[in-house]
Design a protein around this ligand. Structure first.
Ligand code: ZN
Length: 131
């Protein structure tokens, strides 16, 4: 495809496509090429996540709070299951990451996560990975 030239002095950056184009793939998917796009957020609505993680969503009904984010709340059943190895830590991480990415950032309470709990979970994830 036609692209902008690479900057001569550092050969960085400008090698982007210059127009927008949509390709249909044989498998029914589409690729949209758009100038300068570097990253894509997750636009999946929460319904998709609920389907993929329906077992976790079911367990979440046992959380003490019904708006539980499963990251720091006391009485969180999901965290309890992770701590007891009932939910693989990798699966938990994916679940939380997707949940966070798909939710409206303006309403996000990620910043208010209890730091100690967050650290504890991080440590737990690290130690499991090392095993
Ligand atoms: Zn929870």
């Amino acid at each position: 495809m036609k692209t902008n030239d690479v900057r001569e002095y550092d050969y960085k950056g400008m090698h982007t496509t210059t127009h927008r184009e949509l390709f249909e793939l044989d498998n029914g998917g589409v690729v949209i090429d758009t100038p300068g796009l570097r990253a894509l957020g997750v636009w999946e609505d929460s319904a998709g996540i609920e389907k993929t993680f329906s077992d976790l969503e079911d367990m979440a009904k046992n959380c003490k709070f019904n708006n539980c984010t499963h990251q720091h709340e006391p009485g969180c059943y999901i965290l309890e299951m992770v701590e007891n190895d009932k939910i693989p830590i990798e699966r938990y991480s994916t679940y939380i990451t997707l949940k966070n990415e798909s939710k409206d950032v303006s309403k996000s309470n990620i910043l208010s996560i209890d730091k100690n709990r967050k650290e504890a979970i991080k440590k737990m994830i690290k130690s499991k990975k090392n095993n």
